[in-house]
Design a protein around this ligand. Structure first.
Ligand SMILES: Cc1ncc(COP(=O)(O)O)c(C=O)c1O
Length: 369
């Protein structure tokens, strides 16, 4: 019996990477994105499984993440995708990570710090083709930065890249617009720097359009078996890797009118039994799931009733239940024939599966299995 645990199926991570690799083919590298502790799944263990499944590179967002991953995998090409303060830059370089660059001043700083370290820094010049976040919007500036890298012995031009804003919206024409804009930059970059790694695609783009694959794809959500389009991962041959499990700590009899939880937001309409599970929003079970979720016990779905507390939730087991204290409860994942997907939880919350798994808090141990 475990109060709350996130079980991580590393074999699923491995299979998902093999699936992604088969989708992109031999010519395109798979870079597994393991930022935010591997989307809540545990970055180090998932990195290992992703590499076993065919990923040849890893990416993170922050310097601290680069340091954590770089320590474990010094031989793997690692990219820090996010913005870095000068202090963070030192951390990322010390971790052996390549860094993202889109401003001349930052490139100068990278060169200076790399020179001080005595090791050339690998940089990926970022083009903002329409995401409107990090990157230079000016193709001429992107090329100027690429040339500046090539001319500076303290930096090595390793990549030219962009990020797509609407790959997961099948109707969006902006996806093609961004690729068209990027194509022009790619043509210029390839002409001058044939060795450079060109990359654009996230998970959704991998499934959507081969045109986005280039030399490498950066996949996060699909690595963990989550559907980038918020549908059923099985439809794309993906296997969810995370399940969130707890147990029934108590079962009590309720008379009509008895209430469960803060604010008495739920009252029994008839005699019933209520199960108490010892986890709550302190574990990442969002309060928005109050009276708005189902939980598996004994292979059946039971409605979550009342308000989600920090450390407890309550479920309606019905008047004649065989559920007993100690029985396993599943908030995300499978039990018997039933499955609750992170996508279902996300839809109930009006959010996306990414936020659901990232939201499983640090209080919940990640355990392989
Ligand atoms: C720059 C960048 N590339 C790639 C990814 C991976 O995207 P996905 O998880 O949709 O595959 C992310 C994730 O947000 C990202 O920020």
């Amino acid at each position: 019996m475990v109060r709350a645990v996130a079980r991580i199926d590393l074999a699923a991570v491995q299979r998902n990477c093999a699936r992604l690799k088969s989708a992109v083919g031999e010519e395109t590298e798979l870079c597994a994105v393991v930022k935010a502790d591997g989307y809540g799944h545990g970055a180090v263990a998932c990195a290992e499984a992703a590499l076993a499944g065919g990923a040849t590179r890893l990416a993170v967002a922050t310097a601290a993440e680069a340091e954590a991953i770089g320590r474990g995998y010094p031989h793997i090409d690692l990219l820090t995708m996010g913005a870095l303060t000068p202090e963070e830059l030192d951390g990322a370089l010390a971790a052996g990570a390549a860094v993202a660059v889109w401003r001349p001043e930052f490139l100068e700083l990278v060169a200076k710090r790399a020179r001080a370290r005595g090791n050339a820094a690998r940089v990926h010049v970022k083009y903002d083709s329409g995401m409107g976040r990090l990157g230079s919007r000016d193709p001429a500036e992107v090329m100027a930065l690429a040339r500046a890298c090539a001319e500076n012995q303290d930096v090595e031009l390793a990549g030219v890249w962009t990020h797509l804003a609407t790959a997961d919206e099948p109707e969006s024409e902006f996806f093609d617009e961004q690729l068209n804009r990027f194509d022009a930059v790619v043509d210029a970059a390839r002409a001058e720097f044939p060795e450079v790694t060109i990359h654009a695609a996230n998970s959704a783009a991998v499934f959507r359009d081969r045109r986005s694959h280039f030399d490498m794809v950066r996949c996060g959500v699909a690595v963990y078996g989550l559907d980038p389009f918020q549908g059923d991962p099985a439809d794309r041959g993906l296997h969810p890797a995370l399940s969130l499990r707890s147990y029934v700590a108590d079962v009590k009899h309720f008379e009509p009118g008895d209430s469960a939880g803060y604010g008495r937001t739920w009252r029994a309409g008839a005699e019933t039994c209520v199960g108490v599970l010892p986890l709550g929003y302190g574990d990442g079970v969002r309060r928005g799931l109050s009276n708005n979720a189902e939980v598996l016990v004994g292979g059946r779905r039971h409605p979550l009733v009342g308000t989600v507390s920090m450390d407890n939730v309550t479920i309606d087991l019905g008047p004649e239940t065989d559920v007993e204290p100690g029985d396993e409860a599943v908030l995300i994942g499978s039990q018997g024939e039933e499955t609750i997907l992170a996508e279902e939880v996300a839809a109930r919350l009006g959010t996306i599966n990414y936020e659901v798994t990232c939201g499983v808090s640090a209080r919940v141990p990640r355990v392989e299995g």
